[in-house]
Design a protein around this ligand. Structure first.
Ligand code: NAD
Ligand code: UFG
Length: 335
């Protein structure tokens, strides 16, 4: 019995693959390498000293999925595969709808054919838009402010409709807050192409001298220091959340939605300060205009995941900064 990880060579998928293999669970990966590198396969094997099957190809390719479900005994799917850059989604909406929605529909079609009714889906805190208050609970209203967010919202709705049509499905929707950090080996981490959009990859490149200075987007938000607040969680904690989600699936849980975050809000300046403490003040910054579409504050209430999954993020902000920096240095050496 194996768990299929779509997008399993990406940032969150690769860390999740390690957690499953280290827990002696068989996995199969499908990834089209659109946002990762094939060398991640060897890195996962090196870390875990375990082997696994992988297929390079697109989740929208029904024939390939058919082959995967025929050749392997898949009993659950964790669906990470998708495009995820908010700004890019505004410029290329159709690409985002095509990739994220069609991959999900094709996956469900083939799962149905093979009577596989267990799925964990990677959703995002982005579905809460500008929440009415903090912290954010799972039953808050959902909305979308960009095409990327809309794909997450639509897929959540598709999964809910699927469940209404057949409640023998077990569906866990995980709404991730802001994952940061890297594997302690320094082998796996977030490695975006070009100039990073997200905060931590940008900070890392300033620390190693690849980029000159961090632009902090906005310093007049109504927060303690004027910079925006997010709920950052370590990617290894997040990966462990998927083990718990699969355990939950095996209890025949029906459809469940969980926030995965720490429940703590840190400002951009908190992150820079924590990073500078571990890197020896390597990150210089200046304040610039607010980024369009950014919200001021976003953090989760995480009680439901603790009560129902027995999951809680354990790693600290220092762990997130240290592991990110370690990965960046390691990765730069090997570039
Ligand atoms: P990632 O880009 O590193 O990983 C996604 C992987 O999916 C990549 O390896 C990519 O090559 C693959 N992929 C994309 N489309 C595919 C397709 N059609 N067929 C096969 N493979 C495909 O992203 P990530 O940060 O690991 O995110 C994983 C999931 O979590 C995504 O669905 C993302 O939207 C969601 N998410 C991420 C964050 C975040 O901040 N990283 C936050 C909330 C939600
Ligand atoms: N920021 C800067 N300078 C930068 C980059 C970011 O000041 O160069 C700030 C942003 O303005 C924001 C914070 O750092 O206040 C975090 O920004 P990120 O881009 O790292 O993350 P976001 O919260 O904007 O969004 C991320 C993902 C989304 C996802 C969301 C919630 O990119 O896909 O988390 O999970 F939906």
């Amino acid at each position: 019995m194996s768990i299929l990880l779509t997008g399993g060579l990406g940032y969150i998928g690769s860390h999740t693959a390690v957690e499953f293999l280290e827990n002696n669970q068989d996995i199969v990966i499908i990834d089209n390498l659109s946002n990762c590198n094939i060398d991640v396969v060897d890195k996962i094997k090196l870390i875990t000293k375990k082997d696994f099957k992988y297929y390079i190809g697109d989740v929208r390719n029904e024939d390939l999925l058919e082959k995967i479900f025929s050749e392997n005994e898949i009993n659950a799917v964790i669906h990470f595969a998708g495009l995820k850059a908010v700004g890019e989604s505004v410029k290329k909406p159709i690409e985002y709808y095509n990739n994220n929605l069609l991959s999900t529909l094709t996956l469900i079609k083939v799962m149905q054919k093979h009577q596989v009714k267990n799925i964990v889906f990677s959703s995002s805190a982005t579905v809460y838009g500008r929440a009415k208050s903090m912290p954010i609970y799972e039953d808050f209203e959902v909305t979308a402010t960009n095409p990327y967010g809309r794909t997450k919202l639509f897929i959540e709705e598709i999964l809910k409709d699927l469940y209404v049509s057949d409640n023998s499905y077990n569906i866990v929707i995980l709404r991730y807050f802001n994952p940061l950090g890297a594997h302690e080996s320094g082998l796996l981490g977030e490695n975006p192409n070009g100039i990073p959009n997200n905060l931590m990859p940008y900070i890392c490149k300033v620390a190693t001298g690849e980029l000159e200075c961090l632009n902090i987007f906005g310093n007049d938000y109504p927060t303690k220091d004027g910079t925006a607040i997010r709920d950052y969680l370590h990617v290894v904690d997040l990966a462990k959340g998927h083990l718990k989600a699969i355990e939950k699936i095996y209890t025949n849980c029906g459809l469940k939605i969980y926030n995965l975050g720490t429940g703590i809000g840190y400002s951009v300046l908190d992150i820079v300060k924590a990073f500078n403490e571990i890197s020896g003040n390597k990150v210089t910054y200046k304040f610039s205009q607010k980024r369009e579409g950014d919200i001021d504050v976003c953090y989760a209430n995480v009680d439901k995941a603790y009560k129902e999954l027995g999951w809680k993020a354990e790693k600290t902000l220092k762990d997130m900064c240290e592991s990110s920096y370690n990965f960046e240095i390691n990765n730069k050496k090997n570039r």
